[in-house]
Design a protein around this ligand. Structure first.
Ligand code: OXD
Ligand code: MN
Length: 565
């Protein structure tokens, strides 16, 4: 139970809530974290041989069970009184019934362990858009990740004591039994309970659970957007600044785009990072502004190397927690694509990750600290498609942009346990992360657009188109700067474009993409029949929603007509 001093710090309300859970889970002690406990947790994990000290400075390796090394969408639920409020794309549970079951699972689950109380702020501390929460966990690895990924601070407690709304998260490792793995959200109650898992997206509750699922629910009520997007500030040689955000499904290159390095063709261009995974967008004076709720990156290690992403390599060479990467004889971390002279003892999980503070990244945007955030001038949707989608196109309007976002389908990746490598509908890259009915979410996007006098233009990108031999046509990574440049010039009205039925594509005779014309022709090819099939598949998908917005149906009709004629 809490000590007198702890109760004084936490206040009565919060103390009661915590003691309630402690009575059920029965930990041997309760520890409140206030932000400076990283070393202590690392020491404990090392002593218990749960962490491997690596050769890189202050870097460590943690291994989760192979069946617990990615998000489990099948175990993720939205618990609302009415099933319809969760919508057809979420797993739904009755809140009363599941609470009972979860409390049974939680019974004595922390016996002999420490329960950590983790108070946190999401977003810039002084931002009117920031949110607070408290998470309980019995897992040192999860607590350590929280210390890097969220702003863990006593100040959160002070805000809660003053009466601010907060999210309450309960995480218990239990026996890591996948059959009893539950990640349950109670959006109306601002509560999250996660059991029998310790993998990032399932267990680090500030990330997907709070910053997206619970936040998206709040965002609809309060008139803003919580999105699975990265965001960057791009500065051109004329020193003009642009805000670009992009929604791609997991493992489709958000972190790589967020940390892109302008190479020699882009002398005097600068790219600064705002967020690599999640942003909260608010309207201010008719414009869209984004803040990053997180304070760190939980990025994909596999495939990252000096060639593909030297910026990230520099950042993760110290002070980083690696999860499920491989190992060399020399105790260096290892994964596919990384060079090493040492013998490889162990391979990496395809979803191996690094956790690092965003403050360690050398090109952080000053807007990361701005209470109102970065102004967004262009929004990108993108996915992993070997066919059909051109490298880039600009949609004709906010509504059509929302429609293309809603139509987003992607080849699934190792970020999720289930359905690896299938084509899956993933509207706005938010399907796994939305805390309410998706039809209402589409409508919310349309409404949000109406508030914006200066609307960001909406583009679609696809780095993953392949040729007949199955090879990627576009080199991707730092070469994506060509696309970023086109998007900026386009937003400024500086370049012409070719009108196609889906939107504007670049006039690549005039605009340099650093690539031969034949390949560009392939990258921008519009296959009429295949597009008509895409629209008809989209229609089928949209038919699962009872209240699909009429505006979007009408836009889809128009699109189809244009493609036919
Ligand atoms: C993530 C994910 O971990 O999207 O960011 O799975
Ligand atoms: Mn993500």
């Amino acid at each position: 139970m809490l000590t007198k001093k702890q109760i004084e710090l936490l206040g009565e309300n919060l103390s009661k809530k915590i003691e309630n859970i402690a009575r059920i889970t029965n930990p041997k002690e309760i520890k409140i974290l206030i932000g400076n406990e990283k070393e202590f947790l690392i020491e404990k994990l090392l002593k218990e041989k749960r962490l491997v000290k690596l050769k890189w400075k202050n870097c460590y390796l943690y291994r989760t069970k192979p069946y617990d090394a990615a998000r489990s969408e099948a175990s993720t639920y939205i618990a609302t009184k009415k099933k319809e409020d969760a919508g057809p794309t979420n797993n739904w549970l009755d809140p009363k019934r599941i609470r009972k079951k979860l409390f049974k699972i939680l019974k004595n689950s922390m016996k002999g362990k420490t329960m950590y109380v983790v108070p946190y702020i999401l977003g810039p501390e002084k931002s009117p858009y920031s949110k607070v929460g408290v998470m309980l966990t019995d897992n040192e690895y999860v607590a350590l990740n929280e210390l890097i990924l969220a702003k863990v601070t006593k100040k959160a407690i002070l805000r809660i004591k003053k009466g601010e709304d907060f999210v309450f998260g309960i995480h218990s490792t239990c026996k890591l039994d996948p059959k009893n793995r539950y990640i349950v959200h109670f959006p109306g109650k601002n509560e999250i309970i996660s059991v029998n898992t310790e993998y990032g997206g399932n267990a680090i509750l500030t990330k997907k659970c709070h910053s997206l699922r619970i936040a998206s629910f709040q965002a609809r009520k309060e008139g803003w957007l919580a999105e699975h997007m990265m965001a960057i500030q791009v500065i051109n040689p004329e020193k003009e600044s642009f805000g670009i955000s992009a929604a791609f499904p997991s493992m489709c290159g958000k972190t790589n785009l967020a940390t892109i390095k302008p190479e020699k063709e882009f002398k005097n261009w600068k790219v600064k990072l705002l967020s690599d995974d999640i942003i909260w967008i608010h309207e201010k004076e008719g414009k869209a502004y984004a803040i990053n709720p997180e304070y760190g990156m939980f990025g994909v290690a596999n495939g990252t190397n000096e060639k593909t992403n030297s910026n990230i390599m520099k950042t993760i060479k110290q002070d980083t927690i690696f999860t499920n990467v491989g190992l060399t004889k020399n105790l260096e971390p290892w994964w596919d694509g990384l060079e090493t002279k040492s013998k490889i003892l162990e391979k990496a999980n395809p979803n191996s990750r690094f956790t690092v503070s965003i403050l360690k990244y050398q090109n952080l945007s000053k807007y990361f600290f701005d209470p109102f955030g970065l102004k967004i001038d262009a929004i990108l949707f993108g996915s992993r498609r070997k066919e059909l989608f051109p490298l880039v196109f600009e949609t004709f309007s906010w509504e059509e942009g929302v429609l293309f976002g809603a139509m987003l389908r992607s080849e699934t990746t190792a970020a999720v346990i289930e359905n690896y490598k299938q084509l899956k509908n993933d509207p706005m890259a938010m399907r796994p992360f939305l805390g309410y009915n998706m039809a209402k979410y589409f409508l919310h996007w349309l409404k949000f657009g109406k508030k914006l006098k200066e609307k960001p233009r909406i583009f679609f990108v696809n780095w993953f188109r392949r040729d007949e031999k199955g090879n990627f046509i576009w080199p991707g990574f730092n070469k994506n700067m060509y696309v970023i440049k086109w998007i900026i010039e386009r937003s400024k009205g500086k370049v012409n474009a070719i009108k196609t039925p889906i939107g504007f594509i670049p006039n690549y005779d005039e605009f340099d993409f650093g690539m031969e014309k034949e390949k560009l022709e392939k990258l921008f090819e519009i296959d009429k029949e295949a597009w008509l099939k895409e629209f008809s598949d989209a229609r089928k998908f949209f038919s699962i929603f009872q209240n699909f917005p009429k505006v979007l149906s009408k836009k889809l009709d128009e699109l189809e007509e244009r493609m036919k004629s």
